[in-house]
Design a protein. Structure first.
Length: 116
């Protein structure tokens, strides 16, 4: 099993980033996928999830209207489009499935820094 997040970086407030997560080693298209956000000293927070077919999406209130989760099952990849970024969006972003989360597996994450 492998989850490889990418696309993070340094961006000014109000800017945009698109995160990607390439998955392998499991039947990607059968699973809901989730994006989590973590800041130092705090638990990872679920920010968005998408159903296996992509037809159902849910967002944390803090990102609703600004972030969009999507997936390409042919590429085993889930995305997080982040617009109107705020200082508090800074942190490490991880993708995961519920099953892998419960099992304690996480990828390396990708760092997003929002700063002027």
């Amino acid at each position: 099993v492998q989850l490889v997040e990418s696309g993070g970086g340094l961006v000014q407030p109000g800017g945009s980033l698109r995160l990607s997560c390439a998955a392998s080693g499991f039947s990607f298209s059968n699973y809901y996928m989730r994006w989590y956000h973590q800041v130092p000293g705090k638990e990872r927070e679920l920010v968005a999830r998408i159903s296996s077919g992509g037809g159902i999406t849910n967002y944390a209130d803090s990102v609703k209207g600004r972030f969009t989760i999507s997936r390409d099952n042919a590429k085993n990849t889930v995305y997080l489009q982040m617009n109107s970024l705020k200082l508090e969006d800074t942190g490490v972003y991880y993708c995961n499935t519920e099953s892998l989360r419960v099992a304690g597996y996480w990828g390396q994450g990708t760092q997003v820094t929002v700063s002027s």
